[in-house]
Ligand binder design. Structure first.
Ligand code: SER
Length: 326
């Protein structure tokens, strides 16, 4: 019988995924059983008022250990990371947070006999030599960004802790994540979020990648589902652990703009590629996620049209109430 996850800690809980994952976990496992942690940014009132919150620095092991002991934590969702675009501006910071942070989480988990750890990876593990269409689970991992380097090393490190120490670490390679609560912080796929906010607010958007740039993407409800389903999966069924390809849809920036235009006919999109174009060009168009489907029943719920309907419904309502601040 697998050990139960009863006392959960989320790192990076103030970030794009962490903020929504914390609320989903609190709903599922009980508010008091889910400790949200962040580094510098203050938590939103929703996060702060619905359960415990602590500041930590994942690059400093003792700050993690203090709260793991204080709250008797047995499970960690390790979401804190520096994303691809910020990582290119500050590679040293990306290494420190993503590599030393992950190493500290694993070491604290081992020493304190934690039950299970979730460490997400990313499509950024792939590079120019990787097959771009329907990218296989097992393939060439030679990323060109510091973010990608830290994600490949992170996957290998986590798998090492599984094999060498029997620590139950799990993770999937997220594609671009689209959401409407907390904005992403400095990634290459951020255009696919910003375009919705700008479409609702200003009816126009200037996109920082070319119109024909295709990337794998996923709507936030599916992103949360992937994390929770993978963490709930029967360990004996898993052949992979920390590197599952997962995807929900693939589209070009132009196809995304056209989908939004179906709902907001006056919407216009211009394309002014910047340094993030080269990063996007090094990532796949689409992923083969059959290992995730076979080993833990992965199945996304949203495609481009369902996601667009929902994004525009939520953002238009917030805009009408004068609350579309970003
Ligand atoms: N969304 C991330 C980024 O663009 C990819 O993991 O950096």
């Amino acid at each position: 019988m697998a050990k139960e996850m009863k006392r959960i800690m989320v790192t990076g809980s103030v970030g794009q995924i962490g903020s929504e994952l914390t609320m989903a976990l609190r709903k599922k496992y009980g508010n008091d059983n889910v400790l949200a942690t962040g580094h510098i940014t203050k938590p939103s009132p929703a996060l702060r008022d619905s359960g415990p919150f602590e500041f930590i620095d994942v690059a400093k092991r003792e700050t993690i250990e203090r709260v793991v002991k204080k709250y008797n934590i047995d499970t960690i969702y390790h979401l804190s990371a520096i994303l691809s675009a910020v990582g290119e501006e500050n590679p040293q910071l990306a290494w420190d947070v993503n590599i030393n942070g992950t190493y500290n989480i694993l070491e604290v988990a081992l020493d304190n006999k934690l039950v299970r750890i979730f460490v997400p990876s990313s499509i950024a593990v792939f590079g120019l030599e990787t097959p771009r269409d329907n990218t296989p689970q097992e393939t060439i991992l030679r990323p060109t960004t510091m973010y990608g380097v830290t994600k490949v090393a992170g996957e290998l490190l986590c798998d090492y802790y599984v094999k060498r120490f029997g620590l139950d670490v799990r993770g999937c390679r997220y594609p671009g994540i689209i959401s409407n609560i907390t904005l992403p912080g400095g990634g290459t796929t951020d255009f696919a979020v910003a375009i919705y906010f700008e479409a609702v607010k200003n009816k126009k958007y200037t996109c920082f990648v070319r119109e024909d740039t295709m990337l794998p993407m996923m709507y936030m409800p599916d992103c949360l589902k992937a994390a929770i389903d993978l963490m709930e999966a029967d360990l004996s069924r898993l052949k992979h652990h920390c590197d599952f390809n997962v995807t929900a849809m693939s589209f070009t920036a132009g196809e995304l703009a056209a989908e939004i235009k179906k709902h907001i006919p006056e919407f216009t999109c211009e394309y002014k590629p910047d340094f993030r174009q080269a990063i996007a060009d090094s990532w796949p168009n689409s992923l083969d996620d059959s290992a995730a489907r076979e080993e833990w029943g992965w199945q996304p719920g949203y495609d481009l049209s369902a996601m667009t309907r929902d994004m525009l419904r939520v953002l238009s309502k917030r805009h009408a109430e004068g609350k579309l601040n970003y």
